[in-house]
Design a protein around this ligand. Structure first.
Ligand code: SF4
Ligand code: SF4
Length: 55
């Protein structure tokens, strides 16, 4: 299991700062490295648009 950032992402950057394993990278749509994600849910909790979704 890993989280994935959907097209809803508005690129605010809030999730990147909250990831304990720093596996989120910046972009127009931010991206999660699925191999590093520990499924903690922090990114989903801070996202203003609900873009990170558990797969
Ligand atoms: Fe990082 Fe946790 Fe989000 Fe995975 S679920 S990308 S570990 S903040
Ligand atoms: Fe995108 Fe949500 Fe992360 Fe902001 S917090 S960069 S909208 S996924």
């Amino acid at each position: 299991m890993a989280y994935k950032i959907t097209d809803e992402c508005i690129g605010c950057g809030a999730c990147e700062a909250e990831c304990p394993v720093s596996c989120i990278s910046a972009g127009d749509i931010y991206a999660i490295d699925a191999d590093s994600c520990i499924d903690c849910g922090n990114c989903a909790n801070v996202c203003p648009v609900g873009a990170p979704q558990a797969e």
